[in-house]
Design a protein around this ligand. Structure first.
Ligand code: C5J
Length: 223
């Protein structure tokens, strides 16, 4: 018998099977959340992302307790930048660029301090950490394979930033047949107005890309 649970969400409650739901935490890296990283280099106020940390921590704890498959992602590149499209490297108008040396090491480069996931959300053994060169977590990674091998059908997608890597991942997941729910308080943007609109875009038109909920509702449904 299929066990069905329900998450209170917009545009309507999301039913899920607890055996086949996974938590995906997108790019909660020092490079985006701390001074001296990629986010700051682009001229953003990185403190705006910090509101997502505590809700993500609580949801991560609940997901671990419920035995969910948990995946963390990191955006970044090889030290020789061979996986970074020139178009990405050349974009932006800051004084520093991807690969330049900043206070947390080379910006957006794998293995550097800034590329690490923030300590509050550090992955534990058994939780895959996927390094991605692009904005979407499916692009040039084995995320789809990992999920399909576990018959995962529903994704809880958290992380930063709402309208960039979270949104891109939700769109990619949607086209691959996954149901996605985004807990609004577990995501954040350097542009609060983009955050709001990005969430509305997900749930609009009867849930064109998925569902929007919050950490408390999801934690409640996982218990
Ligand atoms: C950005 C991300 N904003 N993780 N990356 O460049 O959203």
């Amino acid at each position: 018998m299929i066990s069905k649970h329900e998450i209170q969400a917009e545009p309507y409650p999301l039913q899920f099977d607890p055996k086949y739901i996974a938590l995906v935490i997108i790019d909660m890296q020092r490079d985006f959340l701390e001074l001296g990283g990629f986010g700051a280099m682009l001229g953003n106020d990185v403190s705006l992302l910090r509101s997502a940390i505590l809700p993500c921590q609580k949801l991560l704890q609940a997901a671990r307790a419920a035995g969910l498959f948990i995946i963390h992602t990191r955006e970044g590149h090889r030290p020789d930048l061979s996986d970074a499209p020139p178009a990405k490297l050349n974009r932006g108008k800051g004084t520093e660029r991807i690969g330049d040396i900043g206070p947390m090491g080379r910006i957006l480069i794998r293995g550097e301090a800034g590329h690490d996931i923030i300590p509050d959300l550090a992955p534990i053994s058994g939780e895959p950490v996927l390094d991605k060169p692009g904005k979407g977590a499916f692009y040039q990674t084995d995320l789809e394979l990992l999920l399909k091998n576990k018959n995962i059908s529903t994704l809880i997608v958290c992380g930063v930033t709402t309208e960039v890597c979270v949104h891109t991942t939700v769109r990619e997941a949607n086209d691959r047949g996954f149901e996605c729910v985004v807990p609004a308080d577990c995501t954040a943007s350097y542009f609060p107005e983009f955050h709001e609109v990005a969430l509305r875009m997900i749930a609009a038109q009867g849930g064109i890309f998925g569902w929007v909920s919050d950490s408390n509702a999801i934690i409640h449904a996982l218990q």
